[in-house]
Design a binder for this molecule. Structure first.
Ligand code: FAD
Length: 707
């Protein structure tokens, strides 16, 4: 049985920034025993990251707090490009483009500071862990809560390699030290900031040296006085401890890439200005004084990213910039030079920082598929494209359900390899994108076509527009693997990682059956109606992040006798005793706790009822009756139009098709509507057969009982 004390956990998370919190959120949602520690005394309250991309909002919505971010944030709709007029040299608006490409998502890019986002996570983790504890065996839900333990520093990490393939073992041992309040509070750089005491982000900026080694030395010397030391054993661990990652260093992994000499300052202010586009996102290139990016924020704030200087101007090679010279006053003075002839100043300063652009990516994202790294620990880059927090959270979003499924004995450990193969490629793409984007942004505008050192504003606009799709997070397209059945299955990934399961069981998608759905990408969203109550839902709203897989049956026109026969035969197989829906589900658990069966047909709603569907599509529960929330229809709604899902997903409205979706809403497989055999083969590649699992456990128990 599971050890119950805090010194044995399924998952230990180091770092409670966006990546660590996303992981803790998944664990709380899936009911996995977890601890999360952070060396800092408190969460952050303002400053830091602010841009939320549309894919991130879709993910928040799948965790039920998307609406909080959507309502509180500032919505950014247009980007204005400002450049020196070619004739007069005077700063002028040269172009406008939409901030989010229209129709790529039901959300658009918004901005809200990281402190609020961390708040949403903390609330969600609390609610989820109390709820899962109430459904589980715990008599004290409060005690079962996953709480961020602040002021806690790991000081040693070891992995017992002989145990890594044993799914019941705790191969990871970590020593934790509890810090004093003083140690856990980062020193803020004193600033007048117009007379205010202002929080700065210098302690988390990459211009600041890492203080982990100092903290470890300090706590070593104060060990007895400063606080408790404890040893924790874990099955899995996530190092989400930022760019200076201690976990990464313990594993002997490195970040590879380079660092440029561009220094940027960041001010969050309420601006007082005559610049007309201050409430738009703007990219402003001056003739010779550098660039400013304007990000309009919530609560009347505006963030200014301001290029301070390059240190290699003198041609003598790189010099170290003296960061003690950087203050809010020097940063706003730079902005004033760049934005001339417009005037800009402020009375209220909320936060500020400075950083140096560097693009690096980790050589490895996991050790033995037991200790993983996510977020800034494995990729660092400039913040202007608003990517770091988004991609960091999405790393943990990719990993969380996989770890939860393995810990709960539902999936084989082999799926964990897809974390590195999927996310390292994204990190590399991100670094390449950022490389191009920041160099274009930091460069001086070309005076004319002959000016080879300058940046062409046409090239800049083109990069901005193309970059927008990448930056939205919607373009993510995971490669072929045991959980993404598309052309290319059976080959090694680009980074040499082996991610395939039993080759004999492999299935490949028939992508032509759903031309608007791309295997490897996230499921796009259009409105469907619930068959039973006619309520319209965005399809993504049906795909809550709760760790379950989904088989979506686009049943086609079920009035057609031939099609109805196909549906009934599929229903017989899915509902049969030997159905994969049954063998993946542990004894005693709800029928949809591991794989949910959803359907959407194309016959008129008024001519059909849920009883036209075989029972497995609308299962019976002795306490709750029929499940009315699984059968949907592509039809006109009373108030919200017609979602045209068959047309938008490119599915034949007579013939239909079936789709398998991962717990993170990415598309695994597309095939014939009634191709039960391929669906089962797909799941056999990595799901644990609960009949043999229970059998094996019973056998062990009997042996023990029989001495
Ligand atoms: P972090 O947020 O760095 O969190 C790591 C956590 O680990 C911290 O709480 C730290 O205290 C803790 N920790 C570190 N070491 C240890 C240790 N040894 N033991 C215990 N705990 C430890 N991203 C965007 O997406 N959009 C933006 O608009 C954006 N703007 C930015 C603006 C600025 C000025 C900056 C500096 C960054 C910006 N970013 C932006 C980037 C974003 O802030 C980071 O990419 C994101 O915070 C990374 O999340 P993380 O969880 O990986 O790491």
């Amino acid at each position: 049985s599971l050890p119950d004390a805090d010194d044995h956990v399924d998952v230990l998370i180091v770092g409670a920034g966006p990546a660590g919190l996303m992981m803790a959120n998944w664990m709380s949602r899936c009911g996995v025993r977890t601890r999360i520690v952070d060396k800092r005394g408190t969460k952050i309250f303002n400053g830091q990251a602010d841009g939320l991309q549309c894919r991130t909002l879709e993910i928040f919505d799948s965790f039920d707090f998307g609406h909080r971010a959507w309502i509180e944030s500032n919505h950014m709709l247009e980007i204005c490009l400002w450049n020196p007029d070619p004739k007069t040299g005077i700063l002028t608006r040269s172009d406008r483009i939409p901030d989010t490409i229209p129709n790529i998502s039901r959300f658009q890019q918004v901005v809200l500071h990281q402190g609020r986002i961390e708040r949403f996570f903390l609330d969600s983790i609390r609610e989820n862990s109390i709820r899962t504890a109430c459904n589980g065996p715990s008599s004290d839900p409060e005690a079962a809560q996953i709480r961020v333990e602040h002021g806690v520093l790991p000081t040693s990490l070891s992995i017992d390699e002989s145990l890594v393939e044993d799914t019941e073992a705790y191969p990871i041992t970590v020593t934790l030290r509890h810090l004093t309040e003083e140690e856990a509070t980062p020193a803020q750089k004193a600033t007048s900031g117009n007379g205010q005491a202002v929080q700065d982000g210098i302690f988390r900026s990459n211009l600041s040296a890492d203080d982990t080694a100092d903290l470890i030395r300090l706590t070593n010397s104060l060990a007895e006085k400063a606080g408790r030391t404890e040893t924790v054993k874990a099955k899995y661990m996530l190092g989400a401890d930022g760019a200076h990652s201690w976990t990464r260093r313990q594993l002997g992994f490195t970040l590879q890439g380079d660092s440029t000499d561009f220094i940027w300052g960041v001010l969050d202010v309420i601006p007082i200005t005559d610049f007309p586009d201050i409430r738009m996102r703007c990219a402003i290139h001056s003739e010779a004084s550098g660039s400013v990016m304007v990000i309009p924020r919530e609560n009347k704030l505006v963030r200014l990213y301001i290029q301070l200087t390059t240190t290699n101007q003198d041609g003598q090679g790189a010099q170290k910039y003296d960061r003690s010279q950087i203050t809010p006053e020097t940063i706003i003075a730079s902005a004033q030079r760049i934005m001339r002839p417009y005037k800009i100043e402020y009375r209220y300063l909320d936060w500020w920082t400075a950083y140096q652009i560097g693009q690096r990516v980790g050589d490895s994202f996991s050790s033995k598929e037991r200790v993983f790294l996510a977020g800034d620990a494995v990729h660092t880059h400039s913040p202007k494209a608003g990517q770091g927090m988004n991609v960091s959270m999405q790393d943990a979003f990719n990993l969380g359900w996989k770890v939860a499924n393995v810990v709960k004995g539902l999936s084989n450990r082999s799926i964990l390899k897809t974390y590195q193969s999927e996310r390292r490629r994204i990190a590399q793409d991100l670094i390449d994108f950022d490389h191009r984007f920041s160099r274009l942004f930091s460069g001086r505008p070309a005076k004319d076509v002959m000016d080879e050192e300058g940046i062409s504003m046409e090239v800049f606009k083109d990069a901005f527009e193309k970059g927008n799709l990448f930056a939205s997070g919607i373009a993510v397209d995971y490669g072929a693997s045991m959980i993404v059945a598309k052309e290319g299955s059976g080959k090694e990934q680009g980074d040499g990682t082996e991610v395939l399961g039993d080759a004999k069981l492999r299935v490949v998608s028939k992508s032509n059956l759903a031309t608007g759905i791309e295997v490897g990408k996230r499921m796009p969203s259009f409105k469907v109606l619930n068959q039973a109550d006619a309520r319209p839902w965005h399809f993504q709203e049906l795909l809550k992040s709760n760790g379950t897989w989904r088989v979506v049956v686009f049943a086609g026109d079920i009035r057609d006798a031939e099609q109805k026969k196909r549906l009934d035969m599929l229903g017989d197989k899915l509902g049969g005793e030997s159905s994969f829906l049954k063998w993946v589900t542990p004894k005693g658990q709800r029928y949809d706790s591991v794989i949910q069966l959803l359907s959407c047909h194309s016959a008129p709603r008024r001519e059909t009822t849920i009883f036209d569907f075989p029972e497995v599509f609308r299962p019976w529960d002795d306490r709750e009756g029929w499940d009315y929330w699984k059968v949907h229809v592509d039809d006109e709604s009373y108030h919200e139009g017609h979602g045209q899902v068959y047309k938008n997903y490119g599915v034949d409205p007579k013939h239909g098709c079936s789709v398998i979706l991962r717990p993170d809403q990415y598309i695994s497989w597309v095939g014939e509507m009634d191709d039960y055999e391929s669906m089962e083969s797909f799941f056999k590649g990595f799901m644990v057969d609960q009949r043999t699992r229970d059998g094996a456990k019973d056998a062990v128990a009997n042996n023990v009982a029989n001495g």
